[in-house]
Ligand binder design. Structure first.
Ligand code: GLU
Length: 501
């Protein structure tokens, strides 16, 4: 049998997600258990949403968790480049092959036409999807449209009859009617591939033998299998892992749970505890032990032991496990070293110093001012929000609006945050100082603190959001009904009074 090769293929479109680390861990264990290779590929074909910063953060987060890969954009390897944006010619070439073989076609349909088709399908209660309009264009018609410079995408042909059988390591084979499968766009009008084409081509060229990924991709499996068939390639073994869930069993979402790995790092979780905890997601050691290292996990790994019931990513359980690591695995000297390394990270400290230096006279003044940077949520009560102008209800409203606005902010940088909040205060017709008051309490625990905007920029989105969410709870929380009303008000806000130029 060929060498086992697995991969993690993150899209660099945001903060490094715990779900990425979870999938990476299972890929790593599977590869190592078989003496194989684990590859990191960056799927940055979405040029609008992908950023180099996000890529760098994802790599750093996976390294922090010691999920090390054998080949990747930073390491190179026999199948370089490992960044899809550097592989455009390969996808063009493969799309061309499919066109020539009659397995794909150029589609010139406009967005308006596609919209009409979709609406009609909805009215007729039909499965929405491309209706095959351009599949039947003659070569001459295609040539005329190309000569006239009409934009086009390339779509894959999908049979309208018959069934596809999807096999998965964790499931019984599933039969899906081809008529349920859309004629997927493979190349966009800008000449860049979609996820489906790039992913299949790369998995094949990078000799991936096992695709272990999140369950959310299972619906793409028929399209991918068909592409393998069209190219005449052997498909990899597929394994779709259960999705991580919030405590209420909904899909893990950052609104309910911090999802960025950076949050856990900043909160002072130990990477070995986080990775151990991720290993407990849908999996367990054969002897039932709950505290185990990656090496121990690899030694006992058996993918068929993954259970499909949605694993709950529960920070309380993680706290318990992290506490065990601190107590049982660190002697006092190690505790000192690990704590110091965590608390005095150069890059973070250097962001804080300009805020602290002008306000202190002795080093003894530093900790009372900076303590909130190194803590979890501040110790606040409803009384902390007492203000001469704002009622508790008003504070609640401002905090909720602020958190919505901050979540929409394109990049989590000081000036952007400031601009968003100034805009919000204008739309609300409140003084920026008043809008910032409840944020000061939520973030720093006191209105007498260093700039709250700078503080949020340093703390990051997840840490800031967790604090604001805590403050909302301290203020009595927001009922479902209240939430709906606030959402409505918030939407009106953006439309009714556009921000001053
Ligand atoms: N780029 C996809 C993602 O962000 C990869 C999915 C897959 O593993 O096929 O999750």
């Amino acid at each position: 049998m060929s060498t086992v090769r697995t991969r993690i293929a993150p899209s660099p479109t945001g903060d490094p997600h715990v779900g990425t680390a979870y999938i990476a861990l299972f890929n790593l264990c599977f590869a190592r258990q078989h003496g194989g290779k684990f590859i990191l590929r960056i799927e940055d074909t979405d040029q609008v949403r992908s950023t180099r910063k996000s890529e760098a953060d994802i790599l750093a987060a996976l390294k922090w968790l010691q999920l090390d890969w054998d080949e990747g954009p930073d390491k190179g390897g026999p199948h370089a480049p490992y960044r899809q944006s550097e592989r455009s010619a390969i996808y063009q070439q493969h799309a061309q092959l499919l066109l020539e073989a009659g397995k794909a076609f150029r589609c010139f349909c406009t967005a308006e036409r596609l919209d009409e088709v979709r609406k009609q399908q909805m009215t007729d209660k039909q499965q929405p999807g491309y209706d095959g309009h351009c599949m039947h264009l003659t070569q001459a018609e295609v040539a005329t449209k190309l000569a006239a410079g009409f934009p086009f995408v390339i779509r894959m042909k999908v049979p309208r009859e018959g069934k596809c059988v999807v096999r998965d390591l964790l499931r019984e084979p599933v039969e899906i009617d081809w008529s349920q499968v859309d004629m997927q766009v493979l190349m966009k009008s800008d000449g860049l591939p979609t996820y489906h084409l790039a992913n299949v081509v790369d998995d094949h060229l990078m000799e991936i033998t096992h695709v272990i990924r999140g369950e959310e991709w299972i619906n793409s499996a028929p399209k991918h299998l068909l592409l393998y068939q069209y190219f005449g390639w052997e498909p990899p073994v597929m394994c779709h892992m259960p999705l991580l869930r919030n405590a209420d069993k909904s899909k893990l979402s950052k609104r309910k749970n911090p999802t960025s790995i950076g949050y856990y790092q900043r909160m002072g979780y130990l990477p070995e505890a986080v990775i151990n905890y991720l290993g407990m997601m849908g999996w367990s050691m054969p002897d039932g032990s709950e505290k185990f290292s990656v090496q121990e996990m690899i030694a006992s790994f058996d993918i068929s032991r993954v259970s499909l019931g949605g694993p709950v990513f529960d920070t309380e359980k993680l706290d318990w496990l992290n506490g065990r690591y601190i107590r049982e695995s660190l002697d006092n000297q190690q505790f000192i070293e690990r704590y110091a390394a965590w608390a005095f990270q150069q890059d973070r400290i250097s962001q804080m110093v300009p805020l602290l230096k002008p306000r202190v006279e002795r080093f003894a003044d530093v900790m009372p001012l900076a303590g909130f940077f190194l803590s979890s949520v501040p110790p606040i009560t409803a009384a902390s929000f007492v203000h001469n102008k704002l009622s508790a209800e008003e504070c609640l409203r401002l905090l909720q609006f602020a958190v919505w606005r901050l979540e929409e902010t394109k990049s989590w940088e000081r000036d952007m945050l400031e601009q968003s909040l100034v805009e919000l205060s204008q739309q609300l017709n409140v003084k920026i100082r008043d809008l910032l008051f409840p944020l000061f309490i939520a973030i720093a625990g006191s209105a007498v603190s260093v700039s709250v905007i700078d503080s949020m920029a340093i703390l990051g989105l997840d840490m800031s959001r967790a604090r604001i969410r805590h403050a909302l709870a301290v203020l009595g929380g927001i009922s479902g009904k209240q939430q709906k009303l606030l959402e409505k008000d918030y939407q009106l806000l953006a439309t009714a009074s556009p921000p001053a130029p």
